[in-house]
Design a protein around this ligand. Sequence first.
Ligand SMILES: Nc1ncnc2c1ncn2[C@@H]1O[C@H](COP(=O)(O)OP(=O)(O)O)[C@@H](O)[C@H]1O
Ligand SMILES: [Mg+2]
Length: 568
Amino acid sequence: MSGAISIGSFLGHANGGVAKSTSTWITGKIGRKSLTQVPGGTAKISSPLSAPPHVDSGVPRIQLSGRLQQVLTDFKAGGSPCLTNRCGTRVMSETDFITLVGHPPKETRFFGLKNMSGHYKAVVAGLQGYHKALNHEIPKSPKAAVYDAKGMIDSLNDLHKSAKEYIEKHEGNSSDPKAVDAMKTLQEEIKKEIALIKEVAGKANAGQLKGMTWGQALTGANYRLLDTISQHHDGLLDLSKSVESFGAGAANQVSKLVYNTPQGVKETVFKPDPERENSESFRTGTLFFLGINPDKPCYAARNVATAFISESLGLGVAPHCGIALHNGKIGMAMDLAQGKSLQRNVDVPMTAQSLANYTAIGQGSEESLKALNYTNKNGVWVKTETKLEISKIFKGDKEIEANFQKEASKLEWMDAICGQYDRHPGNYLVDVDPVTKQVTITGIDNDFCFGTKPEKVDGKFGQCIGLPQLIDKDTAARLKATDFDRDLAPTLGTLISSDELSAAKSRFTQLQRYALELEENGKVVDNWQTWPGQKGKSVETFLKEEAPKDSSYYTRELMSEKASAHIH
Ligand SMILES: Nc1ncnc2c1ncn2[C@@H]1O[C@H](COP(=O)(O)OP(=O)(O)O)[C@@H](O)[C@H]1O
Ligand SMILES: [Mg+2]
């Protein structure tokens, strides 16, 4: 063994450079009515870029949850919102090394006489051993963990030395310049890896990495998300409750991952964060429209940003979103939301007449029917159609219906602020407490938002319904009390690009002004069951009869329900 270092200096380095969590406060300020003279009764917004002024008010401050603060601190320390892009290469595997060299080590023909590839062989064997060691769990005892780390660093130093000797022997006179270059690349990777081991060993010494393998912890450190990932790694999984193929939307397959953490059981939905968007239709469609870079979509950061908006404005309509390492992949671990989507997939069997018609035009073969999205289930051709059911959840109870309208309105406001493109009814879950009649609405799948476009909030796009027609009293107060630059920009700026931040500011400012217009026009709702307090009127009649068609999630879903009523 060579290259031993003193444990003291080793641990001295290991704790350096980790940002400490600071608490983030959203302070309460409120706009002055006299300063907000906006013409009433119109959905047009004047002076979109000038925010209404703020004065101190008694609006209570919101403190972000500790879990969200942790994720935000880690994102900030990592310096890049894109999980995949902030992670450089680690020490390569022996097979990657051989590929880089271009050929495997040569066999020695005459033992003792000619051993040209002795160093190369040593490097390959060293890499093999090192990668095996990465699968070992970090010992629980801090002393043993440090001992392990020291051994790994020693073996990397040995590898570095073999590479150095190879370079010295072959550089300039080698018929194998690729091998020399590969050795140099490996040396750089080793230097970086040693720094990562020191960082991990510092945490292991503090006992923060329970159940992690060295490989997982080093990957976490390399992503600069070690603290977050130490709460969400495969060593903490409850395999009996986790489900690899939990759900699928239009684009992704997600897993349900249940973690046993010291803070209790955490149920999450994991979606790997792609390095680039591979779907051509999303690249040229949604992402182009939203002005999101398809080569760096950074979806996980957009989900974290959405959770931040929900918490900051006290909306409670987006789940907490952490970051996990699962099966070697980095991605978001969103809290499992309670409730169900209003969508239901129904298998509609093909009628004998339809089959005859298809056959008559030469499309009755198995291949043709499959191409037409039919599947054969127990001998019957069926097509999956989506039915929407909303009235069922109200069960004729006006209190539940009012609570739905209120929560759906909060979701509309969050989505308008985030520039959310994709809030179709499959992307939020509804949970009704039959005793208290409380309705919880949770917006999941917050990938397509916070683009540089559109800057204007009064248009419809994708699944966006345009400007919300009503606003809850608490939302209105919170919106007024929030100053974008002071309360939101410092955090959002670490999650989205500066152009995206400008667009978010523009949207936020327009929405603040618009909320004041709603206030002028009596559209701030205190009690969703009794508003507006005139006989024969209600939120329901306003949204159905006075507001533009399709301008709230509530009426949009009621219309879809009507349209899909024929599906059984
Ligand atoms: N936080 C969550 N809680 C509960 N279920 C979820 C959650 N996130 C996703 N799902 C389930 O997984 C499905 C697919 O996830 P989603 O993020 O919508 O993927 P896609 O991007 O493909 O639309 C959802 O339709 C839903 O059934
Ligand atoms: Mg979805």
